[in-house]
Design a protein around this ligand. Structure first.
Ligand SMILES: NC(=O)C1=CN([C@@H]2O[C@H](COP(=O)(O)OP(=O)(O)OC[C@H]3O[C@@H](n4cnc5c(N)ncnc54)[C@H](O)[C@@H]3O)[C@@H](O)[C@H]2O)[C@@H](O)CC1
Ligand SMILES: [K+]
Length: 483
């Protein structure tokens, strides 16, 4: 599991550790790791003679850049510092000068010839976007041919929320110290960070067991996915009920069922208006056409994709929400849930909105949700007392209440922004719920598998369809099981 901790927690851990170490030891550890990462980015044998530019702000983030610059200068790099704050870390500047580095008044000349730029303008102490005087220099760095390496965080992004309020410096790689910060894993800031590297400065024992953010990795998902045993039959493996589709949106039902069939439940029961079409596409589905109370037992419901509006869907959603089993509500179904109705349920509820649907549930606009995804997923989970999966470029999952760690999905791909892919995801997550996973695990494993399947379907990169994603799910599942 990859974890991230908020700034306050990182600072507290640093303070505990720093009290046990000689002055400056932590910064030297950070700078050593940073310089080593720069050497590997420049390539073997290419440090000597390379041209490195340091963008140095007024705090310790600039200090890290200066000390790392000193190390690179000692290995034969030509290192030039651009001082952007009113002051610079004194000991770091002295170390750079002693190693043969220099300070320039002409950042543009230095940047035009740079092979590598170290962005040490702001780290966890930064507030808001880049200040106006730093903006043209940051743009020149980005516009140069140099590799841009962010020190701890890309300057201008919010470490805790992933928000970018104004301009930030987009990096090719970010070398972060002690712990990942939430903003490095959540969009929009994540996009500015490039490839991530974590330098261990010994903070581990001083960080709390429960992080602010966590990202599953292959082995975590492999451990959580259901595995049929010798004694399993379809009922023990779980039956998932799917209520989806309408005369207008028939494909949503087919796609949600396609996801559900590949999620590990033993059987899929379909209720809705387009049973004929569903059974033609998926003959293995149990289609129910009678009244709701005769639908038979299910271990979880997926409700909402393509059901449309009106009194029929409203009544049906009432039946679903009254069931004493976990319920996943997606898409049109989300129009029929109220915080009160969800909170009254006896079994868990999982809501899976995209940003637009989340905005409608929160009474805000889509742009506000996109800009503050972490805050939005927590607010929804708190308001509804439900687990919430917020779809998007980085899909987030938050458990009921909104206070626990948020799971961030690391496997997404922009190709997934295609019609119907959300229906496949909801079927898949519902199937995992029916198989017995708790809602946070079901949602985050589904997002993980779905992202992997999309990457597989896209191959070297190319348009994919929602059906293609569903078809690639068994292979993604195997990739996780047999890495
Ligand atoms: N605390 C520690 O033990 C360690 C800290 N380290 C480094 O120290 C950093 C934190 O240092 P600081 O707390 O000094 O904070 P930063 O260096 O991140 O930034 C604070 C400084 O930047 C200025 N500033 C704030 N917002 C700005 C903006 N938008 N544009 C321009 N300037 C802005 C502030 O006036 C302040 O002088 C970490 O990110 C990391 O790089 C590492 O050396 C590891 C050890
Ligand atoms: K930085």
């Amino acid at each position: 599991m990859r974890t991230a901790h908020p700034v306050e927690t990182v600072r507290a851990a640093e303070a505990e550790l720093m009290a046990l170490l000689p002055d400056g030891a932590l910064m030297r550890r950070a700078a050593a790791g940073l310089a080593a990462a720069c050497c590997s980015l420049l390539g073997k044998g290419r440090v000597y003679g390379s041209r490195v530019v340091l963008l140095v702000g007024s705090g310790d983030n600039g200090g890290d850049a200066l000390y790392a610059g000193a190390r690179l200068a000692r290995r034969g790099a030509g290192v030039t510092a651009v001082l952007l704050g009113g002051r610079a870390h004194g000991a770091g500047l002295a170390a750079l000068r002693a190693a043969g580095g220099r300070v320039t008044e002409d950042p543009y000349e230095a940047l035009a010839a740079a092979d590598l730029v170290l962005d040490g303008i702001t780290g966890i102490g930064g507030r808001g976007g880049l200040r106006p005087e730093a903006v043209p220099v940051a743009r020149a760095a980005r516009g140069s041919d140099a590799v841009v390496v962010a020190v701890d965080l890309p300057s201008g992004v919010d470490a805790d929320t992933g928000e970018v309020d104004g301009e930030a410096l987009r990096a090719d790689a970010t070398v972060t110290f002690g712990a990942y910060k939430p903003g490095l894993l959540v969009d929009p800031a994540r996009e500015y960070a490039g490839a991530l590297r974590l330098v261990d400065i010994g903070l581990g024992p001083y960080l709390p067991a429960i992080p602010g953010l966590e990202a599953l990795q292959h082995q975590d998902v492999a451990r959580l996915l259901p595995e049929p045993g010798a004694e399993s039959d379809k009922y023990r493996r779980g039956v998932v009920g799917v209520y989806a589709g309408s005369d207008r949106y028939r494909g949503a039902a087919v796609l949600a069922v396609a996801g559900a069939l590949r999620g590990g439940a033993g059987a899929v029961r379909y209720l809705g208006r387009v049973g004929d079409m569903v059974v033609r596409a998926h003959p293995e589905v149990l289609v129910h056409t009678g009244p709701w109370d005769a639908a038979g037992r299910v271990q979880a419901w997926v409700a909402g994709p393509g059901i449309g509006e009106g009194s029929d869907p409203e009544t049906a959603m009432g039946h679903v929400l009254a069931a004493d089993v976990p319920v996943l509500v997606d898409a049109d179904g989300l129009r029929h849930v109220t915080p009160g109705a969800v909170r009254e349920r006896s079994a868990p509820t999982l809501l899976t909105p995209h940003a637009g649907e989340a905005a409608a549930l929160l009474g805000t606009d889509r742009a506000a949700v996109e800009a503050g995804r972490l805050a939005a997923v927590r607010a929804l989970a708190a308001r509804y007392g439900a687990t919430v999966l917020l779809k998007g470029s980085t899909t987030l999952v938050c458990g009921p209440g909104g206070t626990g760690p948020v799971r961030v999905n690391p496997t997404g791909t922009p190709w997934l922004a295609t019609a119907g892919s959300g229906d496949v995801l909801s079927g898949l997550a519902g199937s995992l719920l029916a198989a017995g996973l708790d809602p946070v695990d079901a949602a985050s494993c589904a997002a993980y598998l779905h992202g992997l399947a999309a990457r597989r379907a896209a191959g070297a990169g190319g348009p994919i369809t929602a059906s293609g994603v569903a078809d690639a799910l068994p292979a993604a599942w195997r990739d996780i099981r047999e890495p």
